[in-house]
Each structure stands twice: as C-alpha cells, then as structure tokens.
Design a protein around this ligand. Sequence first.
Ligand code: UD1
Ligand code: CA
Length: 246
Amino acid sequence: MNTAFGIIILAAGKGTRMKSSKAKVLHTLAGRPLIDHVIATAGLLVDEKHVVVVVGHQADQVKEVAGCRFSGRFAFQKEQKGTGHAVQCALPELPAACHDVVILSGDVPLIRKTTIEKLIADHKRQGNDVTILGVCLQNPHGYGRLVQNQSGDVEKIVEEADATESEKRIQNVNAGIYCVNTLFLEESLAAAMPDNNQNEIYLTDIVAIARRSQKKIGLNICENPGEVMGVNTLQDLLNLESMLNS
Ligand code: UD1
Ligand code: CA
C-alpha cells in the first residue's frame, strides 16, 4: 500500500452518447457496474481512504452501487462542467498526505493494477509533474490526441471536437488515466478555461499548461489497447463484453 498516492475516479458524467436513462457508470460489464470494476482496481493500489469518487448524474444510485463495499470518499459535482472541473470538485476531499494523485475514469473499466503501478513507478522515477497513459490506436476516433514534438515529448492533448484534420490523423491517444503531482494539479486546473468547442473545463488542458510552465511531462504507452478502451456508447460496451468472452 502506498500512502503518498491518492486516486480520483471520475464518475459524474451523464453518458449522453449511451442514449440511456441510466448513468453510464451504472451499466454493467461482466455482470458488474462499470464503476465497481474501477473502484475494485483502485482498492488494490491504495488504502480506500485515499480514493475519491466524483459523482453527479444519478449520484445517489452511483453511491449506492459503489458504497456497499467502498470505504473511501465521494465528491459531488453538481453540474457536469467537464473532466477538469470534476477533478477540482474532488481535490478538497483528497487526504493532505497525497503528494501525487492517480486519476482514473469510471468509464474505462478494464484498466489493470500492474499498468497503473508502472505509471506510478515511472512518474516517480522520472520525477514528472504529470505522467499520461497513452495508447496507439488504429482507429483513434473519439479520443483526445497526443500532440508530440519531434523528440516525442507531449506538447498538448487535443480533443476530437477541437482537432484539426491533421491532428485527427494522430494515432497516439490519451487513455484518460494520469499520475499528477497534487500541487501542480491544483494550480494548473485553476488556470484551465472552458475555451473550447464543448465549453468544458478539460482535465487534458493541464498538459499544455505544464508545457508552458516548463513542468516535466511523461508518457507511458499501454501495449494492450483493450485495457484502456473507454465506454462511450452501448456499442463500446458490447465490444468490451465480447472481448472479455473471446
Ligand atoms: C476523455 C478525455 C480524452 C480521452 C478519453 C479516454 C477529457 C477532456 N478528454 O474524453 O482525452 O481520450 O477520456 O477515455 O478529459 N466526467 C465527470 N464530470 C464531467 C465530465 C465527465 O465526472 O463533467 C466523467 C465521466 O463520467 C467519465 C469520465 O469523466 O467517467 C470521462 O468523461 P467523458 O465525457 O467520457 O470523456 P471523453 O470524451 O471520453
Ligand atoms: Ca469516455
């Protein structure tokens, strides 16, 4: 158990693209709600007292599903103003001892403990302010693209909705999982603005902010794309279910 780390799990979104009345993280994969998969993995990495789950849409139902075996904390995001805003809502709930924080997505259910352990180890060893988990996808549609310079350093993350045609051709994408220095996370989110095509405060903006303020950015490429597949649509969920059964 590593007490210097906290974990924030983002689970407040509506999941509009699911076209379902049920909050996305309540949909089941292998018979268990998506949020349950992610909380279980978080519990393998740190003491649950260092885990904060951000709830918002159908908060009571999500808390009920998550809460039966979960001894961590919940943060409430009243309005879903974006992933960066969700993290801002979680930060006050994070124990002060958490020098660094791993951010997980409630809609990326198959992420493995060992992948996060490697992310944390590299973050520490390299002395990074932010370490991004990325993946190379044949079809990157829908994911934030990693804009890298010639040396491979990540300069920014561009969301599909804001990407130029050439950025859309980038196949290295953001898995939505990061390890970040807590102080830097707080400072950079305070500087993040909803000046994008979705009018949201993007968590991904902390990368460009890190770049501007000469912070150290690391990238870990996950070799197993299945593990970091996000669930945005019912079809995504069916695809994961059939992947598990194959
Ligand atoms: C996000 C990333 C994208 C990445 C992808 C990986 C941002 C801006 N984009 O996009 O770069 O490639 O994940 O899967 O972060 N949520 C909240 N509150 C909000 C909005 C979202 O808690 O206000 C939660 C959702 O419940 C979900 C997670 O955050 O669990 C991700 O949100 P989602 O809208 O699915 O982000 P993506 O568009 O997939
Ligand atoms: Ca998603």
